[in-house]
Design a protein around this ligand. Sequence first.
Ligand code: MP5
Length: 549
Amino acid sequence: AVSSLHDRSVRPTVTTGAIQGSHKAYLDGPDGIRVPVRRVELTNGEHFDVYDTSGPYTDPSAHIDVRAGLPALRAPWIAAREPIDGAVTQVAYAKAGIVTPEMRFIAIREGVDVELVRHEVAIGRAVIPANRKHPESEPMIIGKKFLVKINANIGNSAVTSSIEEEVDKMVWATRWGADNVMDLSTGKDIHETREWIIRNSPVPVGTVPIYQALEKVNGDPAELSWEIYRDTVIEQCEQGVDYMTVHAGVLLRYVPLTAKRVTGIVSRGGSIMAAWCLAHHRESFLYTHFHELCDILRTYDVTFSLGDGLRPGSIADANDDAQLSELRTLGELTEIARARDVQVMIEGPGHIPMHKIAENVRLEEEWCGEAPFYTLGPLATDIAPGYDHITSAIGAATIAKHGTAMLCYVTPKEHLGLPNRDDVKTGVITYKIAAHAADLAKEHPRAQARDDALSQARFEFRWADQFRLSLDPDTAQSFHDETLPAEPAKTAHFCSMCGPKFCSMRITQDVRDYAEAHGLTSVEAIEAGMDEKAREFTDEGGRVYLPVV
Ligand code: MP5
């Protein structure tokens, strides 16, 4: 493929430099592996390392040239590998008991034993999306035993955006913590936009190839064919796409199940395939050619993201026959792909009320052999357009707690328009909250340390440290500075919420200081006070209700 990065008319500018109060550091592993972390510097002389998805852009010593793309970090690892029975996929190596450099990198990144990484990939409960043609990516894992991951959807539409804006959104999304991006472009320059994104992306990139296939037939679904689709998939595999959404579970016989739905088919890919099936009255070519598709993806180690073309698009349609029939078919396809050593994850909804979420996860795990679940939210209610990052984060936190491995973000623009750069950041931060809340609820061994560090800083009025440890230091600081911008306020024992006299944390400090001055630990001080009160109670006759005097 001709590298379109040589197109001189395209001039992306991207955000570089560290996030305030932190710097890039690397953890050294075996075989020259260097795992990036974001090292947060604290004012008490300590530091705190956080998982870092931002790539070289936040490393001031890295030379960034978007025309040249990122360095090919994984190239020597890929070149050194021998195929296993013709397969070069992470799952094939894992099953053969081979630990790849990607697995070692991930073990350090997640702070787990490398054997856990290998095992989870071998049994298909985790995937490492890492196309051999995307050597620029930093290895990451998606699976319920690991930190919950998030994806940011970017890409243009026929109405708006440019290559420059989309490359900037990719860098911006990973800066704030996106573990993956999906390029969902449906407008012009689909191939070129993707080339710019992949060559500059430090995270895996996903796509929905049917969108580009549809563009090739001028937007008429009936004109699609297996051959056009297959060639598009190969083109994207060659470019380095790491995982592909394939709506192969939208079967002809399921289409009528959507007829009485409140919102019908809300998946773009799902509606395109349904239109093709009806126009030809034939079974979906994605389903009938699924074996061939497996062989193509296996050659590159591209991961399937089996799409939920019949996901519910409203609370009314949640967990209905159309959705669950498709899910069963995705389970059948998972087995086929796994037998060919192709990695698989399963996409999920959409819109589901909270009480139906656990059931959805249970069925996915049961029918799809615990393949990693990758859900779009889900929105826990339909009534707040303009705030759907929040309606969906409620569902996302809940579904992740039940075992969903990756959450696809939803921005405030959902249902209303194409997200801009600000929406991308809001969506990413919102989803980092949902993912982290789930990590805590799942009692991930390392999750709580950051909460504890931030709370400690908050209690000790180390305002700068509280900002730095937060997901979005810039916003935290600017909110604080709105009312108390002066430098001394950064160590003051209060903020403008309660003022100096009503700060509960300051009063607690006073209690502790008092106890210490009187030679008591504060626990003893409180216990002494309680004993005193208990004696009073018994002395007055042990009555709960005292007569009014
Ligand atoms: C799509 C999406 C495209 N929006 N999010 C994910 C995680 N995957 C795919 O969706 P569709 O089904 O074509 O509307």
